[in-house]
Design a protein around this ligand. Structure first.
Ligand code: GLC
Length: 546
């Protein structure tokens, strides 16, 4: 299936992507919900071609398709249309045009595993057992005692099966019951999904983020998932009570993904990135399985470990050294610190640590993602219980999984509603918005926003960062994560103090010039004495050692 003639897609090879959660970015229609016009309005903030703007290369939009919004767009009811809350196809075309005019690529989220239960396909499918679309979804008869066909669980809580009285069968939903799983063994389903992808690729979309790919291929015999021996009832998510060795992640998934990859490869310079959280942590082999099964010229998996690794220099060093060493030529690493499903990095680690993490991220090879607001140090924001509509939050209430806290409105300025909207937004604005916002941080030369800007622009100007290899560096200090990036004569040393103590050391490099430190209080280009190095608590350095 993997066509060796495919050309390598170049634009993502060292690009920085900005993930936008459209509901929360900028509301121009004054209904409290962000929209596509709002994104267009803010494109200059993202990249206006000058060093004043953030300088990102691409934006990823979480789903903006027509949807009843049970899972906020991950329940698609029409793959070929924009939900009216966000705009329409005309505004979308304008967004593509305006983004491309600024050299910003567009990545669409795409949901191949399930549709909304309101999608016309499912409405037909559930109408009768002999409907032509019956087999488009996964229907099974109850066990003899009337219980679900097997023990598979929904990620959002409870059984993955819901009973349909009219036809006396259960349908499968790996997520909410309003998100029935498509049957990937049905050829018409695959064709319909490919058609939908083509619709957006023809519109000029540059990349596709494939959602929840582990679930595309389940055990064909529908055997039970085995119990997880390490599960602690009442302590961890009930979903972890089983090992999901049958309900997802069968090798066949790669056949399906490569078929989708072949669609991508029909269009020049398009790339596919896939979402799969390995069951075990720091499982380099599981990530490599994706690379080995993909055509790496056009596809790569997200690496999510930075969301989970303990904030320890040696843990990061070990994982990143191992991961980078395992990649083959042409494999593109994709690193992220957060996204719309996980706690924000500044909340997980603290703001100073988040600055060190940003310096690390933006110095690594590959395709890097920034989640909107990360560049401001935005934090998780408590959301009152009556505002929690996330199916993950509602499905497992005692585990407090609602993802609303990481999806609150973007903080643009210190005016009412943080400049997000003129009216009360769909989720509350964070209390700290008067200090943490684009306007005030732009005015503060040492803010985290200015750190992000400088690091992104430096990355664009440095051959070592754009094209260079990653070289692990062993130093005699367990609190410091150090590595080198180099291309031809340019060599850059990155030193990151993960601890809250000052760290002193001596390094054997003849000369070193400061590019940036995380505090942004050292002069660009000034020499630093490598014999008497001292890193303040939570301080990172990028040094030119060419
Ligand atoms: C992915 C998305 C998440 C969504 C789920 C179901 O994990 O990132 O937001 O709820 O898939 O589509």
């Amino acid at each position: 299936m993997i066509d060796p003639k495919t050309k390598q897609v170049n634009w993502p090879r060292a690009a920085v992507v900005y993930q936008i959660y459209p509901r929360s970015f900028r509301d121009t229609s004054n209904n409290g919900i962000g929209d596509l016009e709002g994104i267009i309005e803010k494109l200059d903030y993202l990249n206006d071609g000058t060093e004043e703007s953030l300088g990102i290369d691409a934006i990823w939009l979480t789903p903006v398709y027509k949807s009843p919004m049970v899972d906020f767009g991950y329940d698609v009811s029409d793959y070929n249309d924009i939900d009216p809350v966000f705009g329409d196809l005309k505004v979308f075309d304008k967004l593509v045009e305006e983004a491309h005019r600024r050299n910003i690529k567009i990545i669409m989220d795409f949901v191949p595993n399930h549709t909304s239960s309101q999608h016309p396909w499912f409405i037909e499918s559930r109408s009768s057992r002999d409907n032509p679309k019956r087999d488009w979804y996964v229907w099974r008869k109850p066990k003899s005692d009337g219980s679900p066909p097997n023990n598979w669980l929904s990620v959002f809580g409870g059984s993955a099966w819901t009973y349909n009285k009219k036809t006396n069968q259960f349908y499968l939903h790996s997520f909410a019951k309003e998100q029935p799983d498509l049957n990937w063994h049905n050829f018409e389903v695959k064709d319909a999904i490919k058609q939908a992808m083509r619709f957006w690729l023809k519109k000029g979309v540059d990349g596709i983020r494939m959602d929840a790919v582990y679930w595309l291929a389940k055990d064909r015999k529908f055997q039970d998932d085995p119990p997880n021996p390490n599960y602690q009832e009442g302590v961890t998510d009930p979903y972890e009570g089983l090992l999901h060795t049958r309900s997802r992640n069968q090798q066949e998934m790669f056949d399906f993904l490569n078929e989708l990859g072949a669609v991508i490869a029909d269009y020049p310079e398009r790339f596919m990135m896939t979402e799969a959280y390995p069951e075990k942590r720091i499982d380099v082999g599981e990530y490599m399985r994706f690379y080995k099964n993909y055509n790496n010229k056009i596809a790569a998996p997200f690496n999510f470990e930075m969301i989970y690794l303990p904030w320890k220099a040696d843990a990061y060093k070990r994982f990143i050294d191992d991961f980078q060493a395992a990649l083959r030529p042409g494999d593109l690493p994709i690193y992220v610190l957060g996204n719309h499903d996980r706690s924000r990095v500044a909340s997980r680690l603290g703001t100073q640590q988040a600055c060190v993490a940003a310096m690390m991220l933006l110095s690594l090879p590959g395709l890097l993602f920034i989640y909107y607001g990360e560049e401001l140090g935005m934090k998780d924001t408590a959301v009152p219980q009556d505002k929690v509509r996330d199916p993950w939050g509602k499905g497992s209430p005692s585990f407090n999984f609602g993802r609303e806290p990481v999806r609150t409105p973007m903080q643009w300025n210190s005016q009412k509603y943080a400049g997000f909207s003129e009216v009360n937004p769909w989720l509350p604005v964070a209390n700290d918005y008067k200090e943490i916002n684009v306007e005030s941080e732009s005015a503060d030369s040492r803010s985290i926003l200015n750190l992000y800007r400088k690091l992104i622009h430096f990355r664009k100007s440095s051959a070592a960062f754009l094209k260079g290899e990653y070289y692990p560096l062993g130093i005699n200090n367990k609190q410091i994560f150090a590595f080198i990036r180099g291309h031809e004569s340019e060599k850059i040393l990155v030193l990151l103090n993960f601890s809250k103590e000052e760290q002193k050391m001596t390094l054997n490099f003849k000369k070193a010039k400061i590019v940036y430190n995380t505090q942004l209080d050292k002069e660009f280009g000034s020499e630093i004495d490598m014999k008497n190095l001292s890193l303040r608590p939570h301080e990172g350095y990028i040094l030119n050692i060419s």
